[in-house]
Write a protein that binds this ligand. Sequence first.
Ligand code: FES
Length: 110
Amino acid sequence: MNLDQISRHGQKNKGDWIKVGMSTCGIAAGADKVLETLIKEKQERKIDILIEKCGCSGMCHAEPLVEVCVKGMPTVVYGRVDEETAIKIIDKHALGKYLLNDHIYNIKVN
Ligand code: FES
């Protein structure tokens, strides 16, 4: 990736985004199915949100982990996310603009 590509990638990241932890422990806990579900929901509903893989966060006990940053909301790390919870993240957090209290592991006020 050259500097122009890195710059464009950074600009692309200024919108809403979801990151799914794809470390070994995340994959073992089902992160690949969570990622697939989020991408499917994004495509079917034509939602303008970036969905990316990320690495280890040091919280194996809470995998699969999903970090969500949506304009006007705090950045939230959800843990123990399954496919059903992934759909709720799209429905309630990304579109409905409220938090899924049962799965919050960390909140960063933007
Ligand atoms: S090895 Fe599990 S979060 Fe890093």
